[in-house]
Design a protein around this ligand. Sequence first.
Ligand SMILES: Nc1nc2c(ncn2[C@@H]2O[C@H](COP(=O)(O)OP(=O)(O)OP(=O)(O)O)[C@@H](O)[C@H]2O)c(=O)[nH]1
Ligand SMILES: [Mg+2]
Ligand SMILES: [Zn+2]
Length: 378
Amino acid sequence: MVKYGLGLLIFCQKNQVKTNLSLTGKIIKIHSDFIYVRSGDKVYECRLRDRLKKEKTEIFTGDHVRIEEISPETDQAAITEVFERKNLMQRPSIANIDQVIIVASLAEPGLDFLQLNRYLCLAKLNGIPALICINKIDLRDNEEKMFNQARSIYEPLGYKVIFTSALDGSGIKHLQSCICEKVSVLAGMSGVGKSSLLNKLNPELNLRTKNVSLKSGRGIHTTRHTELIEIPVSEGQSCQIADTPGFSYLKFDTIMPSEVMDLFDEIKKLSTKCHFSDCLHLEEAGCNVVSNLNKIDESRYLSYKTFVKEAFEYKKHITSTGQKQEMTVKTIDSPGKEKTRIFKAGSRAKEDSRRKSRQKINRVSIMDDVYYNKDDFE
Ligand SMILES: Nc1nc2c(ncn2[C@@H]2O[C@H](COP(=O)(O)OP(=O)(O)OP(=O)(O)O)[C@@H](O)[C@H]2O)c(=O)[nH]1
Ligand SMILES: [Mg+2]
Ligand SMILES: [Zn+2]
């Protein structure tokens, strides 16, 4: 049956009325095959058009998309096009963001500089500005040293450090001012209080939060999916901010040992005077980094060494298996210029090995945006 009305073509297919409207919107959440797209004031439950599935188009929360075949009765639709993205963060996976707010907690779970550095490096790897939010400062009494260290390590490196308590509201105004008119993502270990901070910013959200495990002292992965949330900040101003699942374990499994240095500004700066151009700043003779360790924070250098070790494991793995996990971020190096990174929208897989690695990324981003250890569940 075909009807014409108000200049709009309406047709029925399998008892469902669909319009030929074509809208653009933004993916705010992905649940298995269901993709939620906000367009104007409405949220549509969408599926990816078969053609895009066949092309193995990658989609991420935050992607700008076109939706068609809209059913006004059920607010269901099909995604027919994914637009070019300006950037992409792989872990947590989200596209088109202005900044990542790395949340850590002073206690329960305690401040873990290795994990904080890991998140900072991931943001840098993806070319996305980062700021640090130290939460649970109401538990500061026994953690004064950590509190001061957070500021003294990261502020000289150029990071903004915000101190908050989702419990008593300290620092929430400061956090609010940092997210105003921006698209941000909250990233950090499970249990540090990401969802609690969002609930404090907007109590109407009522996001699920849960106590950290008494047994392990770690979070128990309460948030399972990345979700982009609109928050009114003040009159006429709003912001978008994504709540994400906390990781319990992240590893550097996409970069080479020599690339880790690019993620630590203070090490890179000293490296220009190393004797060997391929110096990894571990224990090489004539290493300017090793002879200036007093100028680098100890926990930062320890993190650097850990990440280089992980990168060596990755290098060994790809050398033995011939598999390289393709990054969606491509670095272009031009003489005399800073390295630039480009981000590609979902494109066709070209070769077998590439297709396999892309599928991997697809599966992670669409099916299970959660990285957890089985042991974390009680
Ligand atoms: N004392 C104190 N507790 C907090 C604060 N923020 C959060 N919590 C508690 O910490 C626990 C974990 O908080 P969540 O908001 O669920 O943590 P999350 O980072 O979202 O964790 P995942 O969703 O698992 O990644 C909850 O019991 C919260 O009540 C805070 O500022 N102070
Ligand atoms: Mg959460
Ligand atoms: Zn060196």
